[in-house]
Design a binder for this molecule. Sequence first.
Ligand SMILES: *Cc1c(COP(=O)(O)O)cnc(C)c1O
Length: 386
Amino acid sequence: MDQFRLYELKTANAFELELMIIPFVDLKVQYKAIQSEIDTAINSVLDSCQFTLGTEVVEFEKEFATYSGSVHGVGVNTGTSALHLALLSAGIGPGDEVISVPFTFVATAAAIHYTGAKTVFVDIDPVTYCLDPALLEAAITPRTKAIIPVHLYGQAADMDPILAVARKHNLVVVEDACQAHGAEYKGRRVGSIGDIGCFSFYPGKNLGAYGEGGMAVTGNATFGRSLRMLRDWGAEKKYEHVLKGYNYRLETIQGAILRVKLRHLDGWTEARRQAAKRYAALLAETGIPLPQEASYARHVYHIYAIRAPNRDALHARLLAKGIQSGIHYPHPIHLLPAYADLGYKRGQFPAAEQAAAEVLSLPMYPELTQSAQEAVAAAVIENYQK
Ligand SMILES: *Cc1c(COP(=O)(O)O)cnc(C)c1O
């Protein structure tokens, strides 16, 4: 009996070892590759007993602002907080309108809501998945104060026509670059093109903390000063509160980890771009729409989203084969119950609605191997032959 059970266990383990699981992202393989650098950085913070803001955060702010082609970097606890404070620094509040897109992560709209301003949506371009500049001007009213273009999936939004409209109507441009660290628009890094750029260091982002993190970057010293005060209770000097602020500070440990990881980011981005090229070659025969790098852009492939009319079935079939895929995002924000009060209806943003119904994100991370990509492509192709 015991012997039989032992045999059962052994075969179960052997089966598990042979079963190939291709994850959507793999944070562990990346940590293992840089473990000694990370552990040293964390231990030095523990030794210093400085746990919030501090030298590591100050240095990381300088390094990341420079990396993004900007000047002032203000580290905060999340990307959402960066967006919230960017709008507050620009003086946005109740009675104002802020334009953004319905096809993004919910945080973009949430940050507008936090300020008391009203969110006004403009549809996306169905190829780049970013704000369609041709539709922008029609959404402007006398109450419009700001525009938040989102550099979705790591692709830059078409900034020149957006900036032209913004200048004409005297609007602030806050870039949601939470998915686009190091992405470029006409050779310039995103985040440094509008007035304030906002980044997230959520673990799964292209530059991820081991916890939460975010940063706002700006070339404008006045915005920089208010961002810095607002993230730490509205004070420059302890207990001298000039503004009604928040506790949005970045932790020292995250600053130290992000400094280590920033040194690897260009290599990781290059690996993502290579992986995107391999997918494009492997999937060309399917004829299904693949991500397109805009002529003006350097795409950093945070997400590699294909479009499939039978998306939910394909999602399930890939999972049955041990391949994890994702959906970014299954519902455009204007159709979410939480934002029903904005008063939008189905049919108002057809490009966003169709994208939400069709996009499927394939596994994408710097360490993704050629053989894993071949297995993913084979499973996608098999689905189309049925
Ligand atoms: C991740 C993300 C955010 C929010 O960042 P957090 O750090 O999770 O708060 C905002 N906008 C977009 C487009 C994102 O992908």
